[in-house]
Design a protein. Structure first.
Lengths: 48, 561
């Protein structure tokens, strides 16, 4: 490993603000994708 | 095109170029020129990410796909939102905090110089060629549909883009991307409105979609697990996930977008915009194609939309055969039109006989078109592409004055936004990963700024010249696109090793990358597996081989010490 690196955490470790370290909420994205796929499924069934 | 449409296109070009050139005031040092001094808001970066991905090929070809095949291409994007979630907690914080200019620069810090140089080289070759294809593909279509000279069309798209990208750097690229996305979305919405207004009197959008649905064009989902089928739910979800991880996480043309964000949080949010918007936007573009299908049920379009080689066929030895097909097409169109009117007037759910006669009429018409396509290919002894000409033909022949100009500007915008981001990232990788790393490591910031501008101009000139040649070799475009898919997944494998596997080392990554590309080539050459799955194959092989070689070289080093 090259000097200055810290394994799997990049070149500056896991430093950063607390806000940066916190994983974002993915509920909205998962829900949006589910609704998009459900909508496309409905479209296929309803307009067949 | 009327003078009003010309004025709209000219106005768009002047607006975008002048706005881009104004950005030169904010780029007096290299970090400002290449990374906007890491100062841009998430919404601008997010729109730039989307504009970079949405090229003119996507816009013209996706509407054509919607017209010919229906909605199923949307499945291609099902893996994208998941990829964005993964990248928001991996690539974005890693690259941003590492304060790198390129993704490949990070690989040297993590592994070694040879891994960085190989991945940067692969990026420069593939993106350099794809940049010329991104210019060539819409240039060919616009030159045929509008009757423009091909070289002038290439220059009309390429020259303004090179100018503002070279002068304004990433600031110009991002802020023009924002405006270009507005033009693109505005153009698509205008086309949808014109198509809805153009439906026959009394026909609702629902009835129109029932007509399209009768021939399977509203069926978006295919749950079969078939590795040889191009677009299925599974190939989109799994293969699309790997492709999106590679494209947004390892390709400098996208990584550079979120490196310009103000913070890690803003970089993440820029990717979330695509996660939310991409599937609905692609569905809207495909729906435009489906509505075009309904439009051409009632309004007679040409038998073949790409008119370029038809004059040669009409005056050649197969002219009588072609004329007979045209007469057959006229009859098939009228039969289908009557069947469509009957089906729209009936209760579609219960009137199976009317529905079956419409489906049969459509099948007959499609068969005539297929025979005509085969005849053209045979008579001209050349490849013949028709689907990509449906949307431009609709725009020119059926959109009202003013909106024709807006749609042509939208196709220009889609092309220019992708070209600008690619030129900017090609210049960055050239300067950071090649020039500064291997040729001149210690020089003043102003020197690197000047070289960055020269590199942008050089890549732009190369892309325009290559585009003129690529345009004359139609099948080369497909070769270049396929060439890219050979190592996309493999490069992703290298980054999985770098970010996700602590024990991986430079030897493992380098040997894994070679093994991954070789395996993908073998699978692509000797099996019928479609390209989306090649990304999975490449990433998995690189990761497995990389881990094994890392362990072997680690134990050898251990034995020696």
């Amino acid at each position: 490993m090259k000097p200055g690196t810290t394994g799997t955490t990049g070149t500056t470790g896991t430093t950063g603000t607390a806000e940066e370290r916190r994983a974002p909420l993915f509920v909205g994205i998962v829900l949006a994708e589910f609704l998009a796929i459900a909508g496309l499924y409905w479209m296929g069934v309803h307009f067949s | 095109m009327s003078w009003i449409d010309w004025a709209v296109v000219a106005g768009y070009l002047i607006w975008v170029v002048s706005d881009g050139v104004r950005m030169s005031k904010r780029t007096t040092e290299m970090e400002g020129y290449l990374l906007a001094s890491r100062s841009l808001p998430w919404w601008a970066v997010g729109l730039s990410v989307m504009a970079t991905q949405l090229s003119a090929i996507t816009m013209v070809s996706t509407t054509g796909q919607g017209y010919a095949e229906g909605m199923k291409f949307v499945q291609f994007y099902f893996g994208l939102p998941i990829a964005m979630m993964i990248l928001s907690v991996t690539a974005v914080p890693f690259f941003w905090r590492a304060k790198v200019y390129t993704a490949y620069e990070y690989l040297e810090r993590r592994f070694d110089s040879k891994t960085r140089t190989l991945t940067a080289f692969l990026f420069l070759v593939s993106r350099g060629l794809s940049c010329s294809v991104i210019i060539a593909a819409p240039s060919v279509i616009l030159s045929i549909v509008l009757g423009w000279n091909l070289t002038l069309t290439v220059l009309a798209i390429g020259a303004p883009t090179v100018l503002y990208t070279m002068v304004g750097g990433v600031q110009a690229v991002t802020w023009t991307d924002v405006k270009q996305m507005a033009v693109i979305v505005g153009g698509i919405l205008a086309a949808v409105i014109v198509l809805i207004v153009g439906l026959p009197d009394g026909m609702s959008v629902g009835s129109a979609l029932h007509l399209a649905g009768a021939v399977g064009k509203t069926q978006a989902l295919d749950f079969r697990f078939d590795l040889t089928e191009k677009y299925t739910f599974w190939s989109g979800l799994i293969g699309g996930l790997f492709l999106s991880l590679s494209y947004f996480g390892c390709d400098q043309s996208q990584v550079q977008r979120y490196l310009t964000a103000k913070s890690v949080k803003e970089g993440r949010q820029s990717l979330f915009m695509s996660a939310y918007v991409k599937i609905p936007l692609q569905a809207l573009i495909l729906l435009t194609g489906v509505l075009m299908f309904v439009f051409f049920l009632f309004n007679k379009g040409p038998m073949l939309f790409n008119g370029a080689p038809l004059e040669q066929v009409r005056t050649g030895t197969r002219a009588a055969e072609y004329q007979a097909l045209e007469r057959e097409y006229d009859r098939a169109f009228e039969t289908r039109r009557q069947a469509a009117i009957a089906l729209a007037a009936s209760d579609a759910a219960s009137d199976q006989a009317t529905r079956q006669s419409f489906v049969a009429a459509d099948t007959s018409l499609v068969a005539v078109r297929k025979r005509a396509t085969a005849l053209v290919k045979d008579a001209t002894k050349a490849d013949y592409d028709d689907v990509n000409y449906v949307f431009p033909n609709f725009v020119i022949e059926h959109m009202p004055v003013g909106l024709v100009g807006l749609l042509i500007a939208a196709i220009f915008a889609a092309a220019m936004s992708s070209i600008a981001a690619e030129l900017n990232s090609l210049a960055t990788a050239t300067v950071i990963d090649v020039y500064k790393r291997h040729m001149k490591p210690e020089a003043a910031d102003s020197h690197y700024l000047l070289v960055s501008k020269l590199a942008t101009a050089a890549w732009g000139a190369f892309a325009c010249v290559a585009a003129v040649y690529a345009a004359q070799l139609g099948s080369l475009i497909e070769v270049v696109n396929r060439f890219g898919s050979y190592f996309y997944g493999s490069i992703l494998g290298v980054f999985i090793l770098a970010i996700g596997i602590k024990r991986a080392n430079g030897h493992g990554a380098f040997v894994g990358l070679i093994a991954g590309m070789a395996t993908v080539w073998l699978v692509a050459t000797y099996t019928a597996v479609v390209f989306l799955w090649l990304n999975v194959v490449g990433a998995v092989v690189v990761t497995v081989v990389g881990v094994l070689v890392s362990e072997m070289t680690r134990s050898r080093i251990g034995e020696r010490t």
